[in-house]
Design a protein around this ligand. Sequence first.
Ligand code: AKB
Length: 315
Amino acid sequence: MSSKILIIGACGQIGSELTYKLRALHGDDNVIASDISYNNLDIVNSGIFEIVDAMDYKSVKVCIEKHNVDTVYLMAAMLSATGEKYPMKAWDLNMTSLFHVLDLAKAKFIKKVFWPSSIAVFGPTTPKEDTPQYTTMEPSTVYGITKQVGERWCEYYNEKYDVDVRSIRYPGIISWKTLPGGGTTDYAVEIYHEALKNKEYDCFLSKDTALPMLYMDDAIKATVDIMSADADAIKIRSSYNLAGISFTPEEIAASIKKHIPEFKISYTPDFRQQIANSWPQSIDDTMAQKHWNWKHSFDLEAITEEMLKQLKPKY
Ligand code: AKB
């Protein structure tokens, strides 16, 4: 029997692309997309879709039982920038939804869980270059705190209750299908839209702010790979460091200029600068490479080419 998959938060930037990919891999009937509202009609109309409130245990459980779901991808979360505006809401959403899914796995309603963590688990006291898997972690954002605490709980549920939960610390994700929302790394998507629309972009980070980033195709591949690896291969049950590339706003602007020479960038750092300053500049993902053969494919030039090609018809 095929695995039945539920994606919670399927209308979002990563959830939407994960839905398309998992449907291609497992068949449309085996992948249920869900979100709190119908806010991405492409996803809503692309196959089975359910309204699920990740904050409501019953709502999640009813959907799992209705569709005989055995695997859940919990993609609903409030990200770093929005989290700083609504700290308690971020805490509530990010933690409550995780506990619901972990408890459903503990009670054997589901067998397997994917839960994304983030580079936001690191903080100002973490080494910035080639940040190791195990290092000082003192996150200074509410989002980062929820991700770090969430990692501890994932490991705890795995050790104490044998819950098969798997996780990746996503860096900033660059994609063209669905816009990101509420993150600090969102500038690296917005910049492509603005370059095509207005030929200029006012960046909310300073020109030399290096952050770890990944193209969506690589992020989806990592997610599918970690979930399809043998359980024994997943030796880290908190969350895996994952690296792709690292670049600054100035460097991404230079790569866009190769295609749109008149493109201009200016810099007006806002509150998100402080968040970015607290995060690593590059990540050491040796463990992911060793344990489940992770390797990224897209570098900055390839990302720029693909983003401009895919977004051009829109403008
Ligand atoms: C954010 O910027 O908040 C997210 C993340 C790095 O987890 N993209």
